[in-house]
Design a protein around this ligand. Structure first.
Ligand SMILES: [Zn+2]
Length: 235
């Protein structure tokens, strides 16, 4: 009797001891525990500790699936485009640049003989209160091409644009052999005194465009071309 009563009271304790051991070891309890209600409760509690034991109740979006494709850029944030607009490194000149501003590629990349003559002329012109500004000097092929395309647009045809802007292959600006000097007062000073320094206007339609003609200091500047289309160098 005593033993029988002890056995009845000991049985549940033994079962609970077993359950505790199983929980502690991480074993899934559903179906192991004899009492369905106790097993379900413990299984529910254990799911928080061992979620992998209940894959069917996991959210669908967490189920393993095929590999996802790499994330595509959002339409609102396209990748940065390569720089297409010429800058100072291409010879673009900001306002107020003189022949002494050698930190700018447009000035620094000019033919040294041309730059030397321009500086000497600028020093002498300054004594007469005339300041030379470089409106354009050396240009990269990219910059020259942009100017040519703009001229085609502005003048309406490639033929008319050629009267004003040479190609990257033929432009004396790209080779560093030409500078456009302003304002008109400075260009007028060069028209009168430039030959003394070997500085000559080359095209009749471009009173600002000067190149070096070393013989001019002795024999004067050569006759001008009406416009660049008459220049055999740019044909
Ligand atoms: Zn020019």
């Amino acid at each position: 009797m005593f033993n029988s009563a002890l056995a009845r009271t000991a049985a549940p304790r033994t079962q609970l001891t077993l359950i505790a051991a199983l929980v502690g070891s991480g074993v899934t309890l559903t179906g192991v525990v004899g009492c369905p209600s106790v097993g379900a409760a413990l299984a529910s509690a254990s799911s928080a500790v061992f979620p992998a034991a209940l894959p069917l109740v996991a959210p669908r979006q967490r189920e393993p699936g095929p590999p996802r494709p790499p994330a595509m850029p959002r339409p609102s944030s396209p990748p940065p485009a390569p720089r297409l607009i010429p800058g100072r490194a291409d010879g673009v000149v900001p306002d107020g640049v003189t022949v002494f501003d050698t930190e700018l590629p447009a000035v620094a990349n000019l033919n040294p003989g041309l730059l030397r003559a321009l500086r000497q002329a600028a020093r002498d012109a300054a004594k007469e209160d005339v300041t030379f500004f470089v409106n354009s000097g050396w240009r990269s092929p990219k910059y020259q091409n942009q100017l040519l395309q703009e001229a085609v647009t502005n003048y309406g045809s490639a033929k008319e644009a050629a009267r004003w802007v040479a190609t990257p292959e033929t432009s004396p600006h790209v080779s560093g052999d030409a500078a456009d000097i302003g304002p008109p007062k400075a260009a007028a000073w060069l028209s009168e005194h430039g030959a003394r320094y070997g500085l000559c206007q080359i095209y009749r339609n471009e009173p600002w465009h000067y190149e070096l003609r070393p013989k001019a200091s002795a024999s004067g500047c050569p006759p001008m071309y009406a416009d660049p289309t008459q220049d055999p160098r740019v044909r």
